[in-house]
Design a protein. Structure first.
Length: 115
């Protein structure tokens, strides 16, 4: 499977988020599945502009993104976030659960590299 992800909506308001599509070929056609990262009224707003990392030596994925704290009025003010990116048994991405704590440390170990 191939995944295509993008940010959509207005980055200065609560419509900003991350959506994705899937295809069986890197050339498509891609089918839009839906949003996986959106404003969470209990955590933050304007979540988006992301990257996905696979933790070395594991099947765990992390989404790195930024969002605006709920009490922030400056649209340019952002905080960086790292949260789990989880796939269900059919390969769909589960909507990201935004946290205030992020993911636990994942040391690479002696002699390992992040390639």
């Amino acid at each position: 499977e191939y995944y295509f992800m993008w940010s959509e909506g207005g980055w200065t308001d609560s419509t900003y988020g991350v959506a994705y599509a899937r295809a069986s070929s890197p050339f498509g056609p891609f089918e839009r599945i839906g949003q996986i990262l959106a404003t969470d009224p209990t955590v933050g707003k304007g979540a988006g502009h992301h990257s996905v990392l696979q933790l070395p030596g594991s099947n765990r994925y992390v989404v790195c993104y930024h969002r605006r704290p709920l009490d922030e009025t400056n649209a340019n003010s952002r905080v960086i976030c790292l949260d789990e990116l989880i796939f269900d048994e059919s390969g769909h991405i589960v909507p990201v659960r935004q946290t205030f704590t992020g993911v636990a440390a994942h040391p690479l170990g002696h002699g390992a590299s992040a390639q």
